[in-house]
Write a protein that binds this ligand. Structure first.
Ligand SMILES: Cc1cc2nc3c(=O)[nH]c(=O)nc-3n(C[C@H](O)[C@H](O)[C@H](O)COP(=O)(O)OP(=O)(O)OC[C@H]3O[C@@H](n4cnc5c(N)ncnc54)[C@H](O)[C@@H]3O)c2cc1C
Length: 281
């Protein structure tokens, strides 16, 4: 069995997962939404009950190590505590968005960016029907209702914005600014008539500057309440949180800015060193 250095689930994150049910899900099918975004549909008996006792936009996924045909998930012992596999056998944990969950058909979709550098992205690029993945959740925070909502995302945040827009009430108003590598990565989205959606093309290297500039230059509607949501690379999130709370004067509770990834760091390291740039707790 091969150890993945630095990727074992750290003790703080293990504590946060104590109350969750660990499920092993099966890949049912995989389709390319766009050339670099692959939708994997999961099912299996263990998906039953998902979302019944918890809500939230995200899941943690657990990817088997090389040589394993299923992730070794922690077991709940009689005391109720979780017993984790030894570090070298622990699956790699990552955070993803629930793009769709249908309890009737017992299916769950996750859209994976194929960015080419990471364990999860590479797993998704090769996933085939019958492959197994661990999942806990759902969990996490989401937008609060406001008169006008700003949604800002790069490619990794796009599945979250696509889901938010599809679930937004038809009388809602707002603006989404979405950065993808190029026009081939735009996708058809469902959104209310009072929303505007603007696409930016920021290249394969995901240049953060055009996205930051587009938000800084945006005209906001006068009056009313506003909420700002940002899900993108660390640099974008830091700059735009400052902008929303500083120049735009939004209160802390009227923003939700989460670093979805950080250039040059894997997710475990980003979480350990910067807590995904969160400051909402
Ligand atoms: C709440 C939340 C929800 C998320 N939802 C989704 C989702 O639905 N779909 C999705 O694709 N991602 C999503 N992400 C982002 C995803 O968790 C990260 O991109 C994660 O790092 C991917 O893991 P990996 O194993 O592929 O790469 P890692 O092993 O974590 O990173 C390896 C290298 O790849 C780089 N890297 C990581 N992500 C990207 C990227 N997107 N583009 C370019 N380089 C990258 C890192 O900087 C690092 O150098 C979400 C993140 C959060 C916090």
């Amino acid at each position: 069995m091969v150890a993945v250095h630095g990727d074992s689930v750290a003790s703080g994150r293990r504590r946060a997962l104590e109350g969750f049910v660990f499920r092993t899900l099966e890949v049912l099918r995989a389709t390319h939404i766009t050339p670099r975004l692959r939708r994997i549909t999961f099912g299996g008996a263990e998906l039953a009950g998902f979302g019944a006792d918890r809500t939230g936009p995200n899941v943690k996924i657990y990817i088997p190590l090389p040589g394993q045909d299923r992730p070794l998930l922690p077991e709940r012992v009689s005391s109720g505590e979780l017993l984790w596999p030894v570090d070298d056998l622990c699956p790699v944990m990552r955070t993803y968005t629930v793009r769709r969950h249908d309890p009737d058909s017992c299916e769950l979709d996750i859209d994976f960016v194929l960015h080419g550098h990471g364990v999860a992205g590479n797993w998704a690029a090769k996933a085939r029907p019958g492959d197994l993945l661990g999942v806990t959740g759902p969990g996490g925070k989401t937008v609060r209702a406001a008169d006008w909502t700003l949604l800002v995302a790069d490619h990794a945040g796009l599945p979250a914005v696509a889901t938010l827009l599809a679930e937004t009430p038809q009388d809602a108003h707002g603006q989404a600014i979405l950065a993808v590598p190029g026009p081939e990565e735009e996708q058809r989205l469902r959104y209310p008539p009072g929303f505007q959606v603007r696409w930016l093309h920021t290249g394969a290297a995901a240049d953060p500057e055009p996205l930051i500039a587009a938000v800084r230059e945006l005209s906001w509607p006068p009056g009313g309440t506003a909420f700002g949501w940002v899900g993108a690379e660390s640099r974008v999130v830091r700059a735009l949180r400052d902008h929303l709370r500083g120049e735009r004067g939004l209160a802390r509770q009227d923003t939700l800015c989460i670093g979805y990834w950080r250039r040059g760091m894997d997710e475990a390291e980003y979480h350990e060193t910067h807590d995904n740039d969160r400051d909402d707790h």
